[in-house]
Design a protein. Sequence first.
Lengths: 291, 446
Amino acid sequence: MTDITSSQMDRERLETVREDYLQMTQRRRLYSGLLILIFAVMLISGFSIAEDRNAGGFLEGLHRLFDFPADLISEAIEKAANLPGHMVDALPALIETLNIAAVATLLGCAGGVVFSLLGTRGLAYWPRLIPFFRRITDILRAIPEVVVALVLIFIMGGGPVPAMIAIALHTMGAMGKLFSEVNENTDMKPVEGLQSVGANWGQRIWLGVIPQVLPNYLSYGLLRFEINIRASAILGFVGAGGIGYELKNALTFGQGKFDEAAAVFVILFLTIVAVDQLSSSLRNYLTKGTF
Amino acid sequence: MVMATQDVAALRASEIRRIGRKKLFGFAIPAVILAYAVYVFFAFDILGLAERARMDNAAVLVSDAVSYKTHVTRDNRSGEITVAIEGSRRATYAPDQIPAWAEVAGETAEIELRHGHRVTYAGPLITYHHPEFGDIVIDTSNGVDLRLSAEAVPDFINASGNRVSIATEGGRLSVTRNRTETMRYFAGWEMFFFDLASPYSGMSAGEVFATITRGAQIDPAHSNFGLMLSNVWNNSIWRHGDVFWALGETILMAFLGTFGAAMIALPLAFFAATNFAPSKAVRFVIRRLFDFVRGLDALIFTIILSRAFGPGPMTGALAILLTDTGSFGKLFSEALENVDEKQIEGLASTGANAVQRNRFGVLPQVMPILLSQVLYFFESNTRSATIVGAIVGGGIGLLLTQAIQTTADWEKVTYYITLIVLMVVAMDAVSGRIRARLIKGDGSGK
């Protein structure tokens, strides 16, 4: 008798659980369906707004998409003999772009190390100023490079230095954040050990923290170098010297000078790919110990 | 025992060598960096830069960013006097609006500058009253004739045959045969809320509030509050409406580019992941495609696309979309390679087909990671969209480059920069919060 009632109760409970579960799944499906719908509507209406405000329409432009690359390539093939010469001509500009990126990465990483050490809990020299240093890195990160570069071009005139400073400032902010995340994961035991033998702050950081974090720092720094090469090419296009400026000049001459533009395109592409490969194998070595 | 001592000696020797090498490295790396710094110092021509840098430009920039000037201009031929902010036609005071520091009556004017300096226009005679130096009279009846009470021309006066300009801490005066112009500087941003055409122009915040709450209705078509909003939005000097549209365009570019790229990259990533790719050849091709697109770089895409589609947000969105498809493809396929096979096997054992296995076995596992990566890119793309906008000509990037290129509107440049920074910080905060929730996992998998 008792058996029957209990199993009946069990079944009833099972029923209610089952129903609740089904209801929950349905509700969840409805919500995710709605979310996807809203997202799709946003995407579609976004594209139609962008289309409205664009100078040329998407569909009219689509068949023209390959006109320019085709012109470029056909002219490059036609004057293939000129290409190596143009590439050699563009080499100084390429080196300038690489220099901008390298100096900006070095300066930015140096600044980033300082900001990150001053902005990490447990390591900071002035613990009370941690929020202050963190806000500084936030602001440095938030200002797009092009803004700083354009303002500095107005003051200093065109050339590599405005771009270098702009990228260095942004790198400082980005690295300050990344490095402080690395610092947070350091093992504090060496630091405490050094403190117990009377090491000062500089010694604790230099001997206790840096050896632990250096591989990570270097790996992030290399990744940033890749990003900064692209950034310095783009800033060159806005007027800050280097390969981007060369590219802009070649393009404004238009048809007839496309072989120059093609040469610049090719060496820019090759450089980016080469640096990416080199830095990714170096980074592999740094994090895993093998190439 | 002997062996052990030998071992120890050998170990000692090798350790000493190792430390020696490290020491050498420790000095070599800073030395290399130093040498590079010296090379760059000359390659970038830092010394020449110190000469070329226009510090006066910097001073103009800084002072102009936080102040504005009002011009009192007289056409010396017709005698007509206008008072206008920054000399702009859209910001010219109507005769009854002219501020009290400039008393204009017909062809004569009495202009009060700062620090006790004054300028008087009286017929052909222009007088600059300098509290220390005394009066400086310029006669425009026949050319431009400078008459000084002292012998030597002081360095705040710059006089040539047909032009005299005076620049002091009180303001500036420039006289040519045709025009007499006095400029007085004021702190702040002029007419940030209301332009001169607005009935609210010149009111203090309290007065505006009083007009909205208690004042008589100004425009029968709108309420006072609605009128205020529309006056601010359509301000002809600052064009807040256009600026916010441009900001919206920038965010739109980033949104469409990032999420469009994610939607294209997700299915492709399955073909590029080792554990899902149908064949090695397909995987290789898709991977190289991702690498190529990533390597081509936003700059090159931007140039090619703006040639086809013209300037505008669509072009910018497509440029971001194409570049990020490569990055997402790589990231997504790496995430897919790390999925737990057990759930897929479990689904397979219940007879689920490939689509169902991926939908219920794979996507719930990778979705939080993918979404968090996408949001991270969205965040950084709002910054990139500013730069892309500067190149393709859309969004706030375009407004910013235009304002910088005119080199006159530094207060607007400051305004745009402030807005850009606020936009980026807001995006960071929102996406950071969502990402933190996604990584913690609320279990919904969506």
